[in-house]
Design a protein around this ligand. Sequence first.
Ligand SMILES: Nc1nc2c(c(=O)[nH]1)N(C=O)[C@@H](CNc1ccc(C(=O)N[C@@H](CCC(=O)O)C(=O)O)cc1)CN2
Ligand SMILES: Nc1ncnc2c1ncn2[C@@H]1O[C@H](COP(=O)(O)OP(=O)(O)OP(=O)(O)O)[C@@H](O)[C@H]1O
Length: 201
Amino acid sequence: MTASSPGASAAGAAEERPRPKIALRRRLLALRRAGVLPDPAVLTERVLALPEVARATCVAAYVGMTDEPDTTELLARLRARGVRVLLPVVRADLDLDFREFGGTLVPGAMGTREPPPSATHVELGEAQVIIVPALAADEAGNRLGRGGGSYDRALTRTAPATPVIALLHDREILGDVPAEAHDRRVTIIVTQSRTVRPASL
Ligand SMILES: Nc1nc2c(c(=O)[nH]1)N(C=O)[C@@H](CNc1ccc(C(=O)N[C@@H](CCC(=O)O)C(=O)O)cc1)CN2
Ligand SMILES: Nc1ncnc2c1ncn2[C@@H]1O[C@H](COP(=O)(O)OP(=O)(O)OP(=O)(O)O)[C@@H](O)[C@H]1O
């Protein structure tokens, strides 16, 4: 069903239009569905070891879906440290609300899991670190999400200096991710083998 051309060049990657993102997303998702994901235990230790995370008392994160790294252990370890963990809920306008994770999750929209409506609503601006879902990122920190633009919208309500972390497979750090004006860059990329700080590259 999907025409694949794994040997194809990255032609068009420099174009600043959404279209190349769509093809890139399709290839990346196909690879995730076919292959292994990063080891969540290794990612968890790497994230917990980051000084930004060690200092934080409130962290926004997400519950990994089947084609994303499993964040269950990371969320539990943060909570065990006494950190407030905020998780996203998609709003009707595709923006995100955040609710405090109290240990209970319910099915959300589009295959996600989220805290129940009874959970405390917290502004994303309260989070000192934001762990965002991503399909890929490049060495400048340009991030590719699933395409709803939800995180791009929500991140506009945070201080520009707030660290934004993406959890990726090594092969998902690309030479170039098509960037648009609304895209907020990630400041830290954690993979199974390394921690990359795009701003310092
Ligand atoms: N784990 C996780 N939570 C998240 C996001 C995310 O990317 N990952 N989001 C980031 O904004 C928001 C949800 N946005 C989403 C956007 C698209 C799809 C999606 O396309 N999912 C499936 C279809 C599953 C279904 O319809 O049941 C797919 O990839 O094919 C999922 C979530 C908030 N929570
Ligand atoms: N701040 C914003 N306000 C309104 N629309 C926005 C905003 N940011 C992005 N969008 C829109 O969202 C759509 C998807 O954007 P994009 O392809 O960058 O998503 P993404 O970063 O991959 O996804 P996500 O942020 O959900 O992980 C685009 O049509 C874009 O115009």
